[in-house]
Write a new protein. Structure first.
Length: 397
């Protein structure tokens, strides 16, 4: 089977944090005996990651002048348009680039499935081409389109895609409920979560992060890896860490974004600079070494489909704390394989962190083992991609 995977988020270079999971999914499809062609737009002047796997190829197309290709750069299309409305004028060029590239592949090679990551922009073009050439079309929605108001201008395009796709992959039960609000045929919707490769996080030698920030094994580490934007609510974690008031604990914040300066200013104002470490961009290939030293991982977001970093922390056996109602409920049994709290409840988060840090190492280890079993049973690349293939073939029950 030849699958054309069309995406807007894709690594700009080796180790990039932007869409590496898409590449991992494609590699798993190839490992299971299929051919995959990835179609992705250039982001400014980047050239894409190294592709060195038989059966996997990348069509990384240019759609505007090089320094003007910022529409789908991190953090993504919708935030970029909000930040710089002038990027709206590059949308027709992006859509034209998708159309020409995918059409050329269809005309030169047999294509069995068009798979769109996100309904907009990739899904819209694939819907048109799938109808024109009678090719099966599958859409993965990771959350962004489903958080838009139903009357948002882009929701019209999403609705067109959802109504005309052969199958819609929702990454959590919560995302399925949001999809149903678009009046989609329920039989088209399949809850297929984001996944990880559990083997990446096994037998990782600890010590890398502790060495990087200069703390010994007696110090507990609270870790988060986030884009520093309002909807990730990292300020809640900083406030909870301040309330925690433990000299034997540090907070490590990985990732970058427009709020970094504001968050660092808060840290300085509250005299937390010695115990809060901002690391900036982290190479995705090195993430297992960060999780290996963490005592607790926190996801404080108000909006997620199902966070990849959450799944990675669970796969690593780190005690994980997340906001409820952000897809995390599908992966965490509260108090058994992790902990859930209400978005914005700083006191609730503080109390959970206090409880975890007071627990014995054996108690934390058992929660970590429960989490790893959940990931192996329900969220491994291999098992979920097997379901993808059944749906590609139309044989899923």
């Amino acid at each position: 089977m030849h699958v054309v995977m069309v995406t807007s988020s894709f690594p700009r270079y080796d180790g990039d944090f932007f869409g590496p999971w898409v590449l991992e999914y494609c590699k798993e499809l190839v490992r299971q005996g299929h051919q995959v062609t990835i179609v992705a737009p250039q982001s400014n002047e980047s050239r894409g990651p190294t592709i060195d796997m038989d059966g996997l190829s990348l069509e990384y197309f240019s759609y505007f002048f090089k320094k003007g290709q910022g529409l789908v750069s991190p953090p993504g299309l919708l935030p970029n348009l909000s930040r710089n409305p002038l990027l709206f004028f590059t949308i027709p060029f992006l859509l034209r680039g998708y159309y020409k590239t995918v059409k050329r592949i269809i005309k030169t090679r047999k294509v069995d499935v068009l798979h769109s990551q996100w309904a907009i922009p990739a899904g819209y073009i694939n819907t048109l081409l799938a109808r024109k050439y009678n090719i099966r079309h599958v859409v993965s929605t990771l959350g962004a389109e489903l958080y838009l108001p139903v009357k948002h201008p882009f929701s019209r395009f999403s609705n067109f895609v959802f109504k005309n796709t052969d199958a819609l992959f929702a990454v959590s039960e919560q995302m399925k409920e949001r999809a149903l609000a678009f009046d989609i045929d329920p039989d088209k919707i399949h809850v297929l979560p984001n996944t990880v490769d559990p083997d990446r996080f096994k037998n990782v030698q600890p010590g890398f992060l502790r060495s990087k920030i200069g703390v010994d094994s007696e110090i507990s580490i609270i870790l988060t890896v986030r884009r520093l934007v309002p909807e990730k609510r990292v300020i809640d974690l900083l406030q909870a860490f301040r309330k925690l008031d433990r000299e034997d604990t540090v907070l490590v914040i990985g990732g970058d974004g427009p709020l970094r300066e504001e968050l660092e200013a808060y840290t300085a104002e509250k005299d937390l600079t010695e115990r809060v470490h901002f690391l900036g961009f982290i190479d995705s290939a090195e993430l297992p070494k960060y999780y290996a030293d963490a005592t607790v991982y926190v996801l404080s977001s108000q909006q997620e489909g199902l966070s990849i970093s959450l799944l990675e922390s669970l796969a690593s056996g780190v005690v994980t704390v997340s906001t409820a109602g952000t897809g995390s409920d599908d992966a965490i049994i509260d108090g058994k394989s992790g902990f859930l709290y209400t978005v914005g409840d700083v006191d609730g988060l503080t109390n959970i962190l206090r409880t975890i840090l007071k627990d014995s190492p054996d108690g934390r280890a058992q929660i970590g083992k429960n989490a790893q079993k959940t990931i192996a049973d329900k969220f491994s690349n291999k098992k979920i991609i097997e379901r993808w293939i059944e749906i590609y073939k139309g044989t899923d029950s």
